[in-house]
Design a protein around this ligand. Structure first.
Ligand SMILES: [Zn+2]
Length: 226
């Protein structure tokens, strides 16, 4: 029996997913959720980029990392989970900061980092290599998701200007970060399967305190580097 039967997708779309290559920048809170969702969909190649090691304080929300993997690189711990779940997926690991050349080797990149300075770097790598990027972020009980098709739709700088101050990550509960990771994964699916996404030229803001979902339009800023 085909393990993707219950994806309920056409053979063509399932084959497109299985030949797709996705670079996941960050294997922590957002990354763990994105990795498990993309592995379930059957994405053929997953690139994992993260220079952090698994710590006990990650385990409240990062379910792919096992207790026994504390102290290992997150990329290695994530590779172990993927291979035990779906050995057909090809996995490449980069235990170092994301670089522009990595983007060139994939169809799409996913921003699963928790640091705005790096988020802006990833935005610029996507623009320079002309690769779509799905951005997401979580702060406390709020999160946001947007998709970027370079030079066609608004980018992170169109939305936030050049305000790339470092932000401190004070942690987040699992249902919040995993919900944002699920929506981020859905955007990756839409970009691969349909060549478009629901969150182009707009940002979805979710406030989990009162379940407010707001989609705000952001057209391309004519003064932006993109
Ligand atoms: Zn822009």
């Amino acid at each position: 029996m085909n393990r993707y039967l219950k994806n309920n997708l056409s053979k063509e779309i399932q084959e497109i997913l299985q030949s797709a290559k996705v670079l996941i920048c960050g294997c922590g809170g957002l990354g763990s959720g994105v990795i498990s969702n993309l592995a379930g969909l059957g994405i053929g190649t997953l690139g994992l980029c993260d220079f952090d090691k698994v710590e006990i304080t990650n385990l409240n929300r990062q379910f792919i990392h096992k207790y026994e993997n504390i102290g290992k690189f997150k990329t290695e711990s994530a590779r172990e989970w993927i291979k035990s779940y779906n050995p057909d997926i090809e996995v490449k690991t980069y235990a170092e900061p994301a670089k522009e050349w990595m983007f060139s080797e994939y169809d799409i990149a996913v921003d699963c980092t928790d640091n705005f300075k790096i988020k802006f770097q990833l935005n610029d790598f996507a623009l320079n290599t002309d690769k779509p990027l799905v951005h997401a972020g979580v702060q406390g009980e709020q999160g946001q998701v947007m998709s970027i098709i370079p030079h066609q739709t608004s980018c992170l700088r169109c939305v936030l200007g050049d305000n790339s101050e470092e932000t401190e990550n004070s942690g987040v509960i699992s249902p919040v970060v995993n919900t944002i990771a699920a929506i981020e994964s859905l955007e990756v699916f839409k970009l691969i399967a349909n060549k478009e996404a629901a969150l182009l030229n707009k940002v979805l803001f979710i406030n989990f305190k009162n379940y407010s979902f707001k989609t705000i339009d952001f057209s391309k800023n004519p003064h932006c580097i993109c």
